[in-house]
Design a protein around this ligand. Structure first.
Ligand SMILES: [Zn+2]
Length: 407
């Protein structure tokens, strides 16, 4: 049975791609004892013929997904910090922000983005995030952060920002919340009270479809937005998109600006919307599904051949998306000797579902494995360059958009 659409509530959803039973992609296991009771949930992508939203058919509740074991830290990735710095600078200039005018970041994680605003001299920043550990780190770094689900913190936010909020940001959050309608109602309330702009970043559907980025599908990510499906959803809550631009964050995202009243659309927004016509057609998604299945077979064949020849393969990076790829392709500890990470919270754990040991990145330079499967493929260029510089001699495998061996 296919569930109702998460946006328009119609029963017009049709299945596109079945990724099988998957664990929560951030639930890294601390010891082998935890292998036994591990929970798996179905992961199937559907397309709504009515409002054109691509979404997961069913999603585990937020308190299960974003519990205490949530260990993603923005600050752990140098590329991300640099990107956030440029993004903050751009927002600052676009809205001519001055100190004293508040920037709110919803789902602010460890405060990395807001820290960039502070570095530019905007000290009036506020974060809100439901995960306790990243909040603790943010506050420790001097970025004021409320540890709460966003919707329940609205009154507290209004009190702390004293009607001086200019920008409400939400990076990679709209796809994640399991209460998207309440979430947007709360955004509208905050924006209305301050005449602020709502700036959101979401992973952009065309990138996923054309780039075969099937690994960006995970339970934490319940909806996959195009501008058209986002526009439909926003309007339901009194928010009007007037500008948008494509950015490279998270392997290809859409940065969207919305106000609480209809505002003339920019030329670049109109152009982006026009290019989305093909995304209204179910055929596009059937093609995507076939390509993903072929991509999985190609990767499996390559890895099996290397293992048959006795080669040692390591995985590089254990971002959220690595879990979907490893589980969908059936890559376990018999294929990858280990996976390297920079995030201290992940080192020493085992990957969800596939139980591969996560070790410190320095291990690669001691072992020099025959091949490295780059699971953080969105920064593959930087990784390959830096690994070579640090003396790694083996080959690289880049799994997406096309399976590629780099000697
Ligand atoms: Zn719909």
């Amino acid at each position: 049975m296919v569930n109702r659409c998460q946006s328009c509530n119609s029963n017009s959803c049709v299945p596109i791609l079945d990724l099988g039973m998957q664990p929560l992609c951030n639930k890294f296991l601390r010891s082998e004892d935890e292998f036994v009771g591990e929970q798996f949930y179905p992961m199937e992508l559907t397309f709504c013929r009515n409002c054109k939203l691509v979404q997961l058919d069913s999603v585990p509740p937020s308190n299960v997904v974003f519990g205490k074991s949530f260990n993603y830290l923005s600050g752990a990735t140098p590329d991300r910090v640099a990107y956030f710095n440029r993004l903050a600078g751009r927002i600052l200039r676009k809205f001519n922000l001055k100190d004293g005018e508040f920037v709110l970041d919803i789902g602010s994680n460890d405060g990395t983005l807001l820290k960039q605003f502070k570095d530019y001299g905007i000290n009036s920043v506020l974060g809100v995030d439901p995960a306790p550990e990243p909040c603790r780190l943010a506050n420790q770094m001097g970025v004021e952060t409320i540890n709460s689900k966003f919707e329940t913190a609205a009154a507290d936010i209004l009190k702390r920002t004293k009607n001086r909020m200019k920008v409400v940001m939400a990076l990679n959050v709209l796809a994640h919340t399991d209460t998207v309608h309440e979430f947007l109602d709360t955004v509208t309330k905050l924006v209305n009270g301050n005449d602020a702009v709502f700036v959101s970043v979401s992973h952009y559907l065309p990138n996923m479809i054309y780039g075969r980025e099937y690994d960006t599908i995970y339970h934490e990510h319940a909806r996959y937005y195009s501008l058209s499906s986002l526009d439909y959803l926003f309007k339901k809550h009194g928010l009007f998109i007037y500008d948008a631009e494509k950015i490279s964050l998270y392997g290809g995202s859409i940065l969207v600006y919305a106000r609480n009243r209809p505002t003339a659309k920019t030329k670049r927004l109109a152009m982006l919307l026009k290019k989305e016509d093909v995304l209204q057609n179910i055929k596009t998604y059937r093609l995507f599904s076939d390509e993903v299945k072929r991509s999985r077979e190609a990767l499996r064949r390559m890895l099996q051949r290397l293992r048959k020849d006795g080669k040692v393969i390591a995985g590089i990076g254990a971002p959220m998306k690595s879990s979907t790829l490893l589980n969908y392709c059936g890559i376990g500890s018999d294929v990858l000797a280990y996976i390297t990470e920079l995030n201290q919270l992940k080192i020493g754990t085992y990957t969800p579902g596939t139980h591969i040991k996560v070790v410190d990145e320095s291990r690669v330079f001691r072992d020099n494995p025959d091949a490295c499967l780059i699971l953080s493929w969105d920064v593959a260029g930087r990784i390959m360059k830096s690994f070579r510089k640090r003396g790694y001699k083996g080959s690289f495998i880049v799994p997406i958009p096309r399976v590629k061996l780099v000697k």
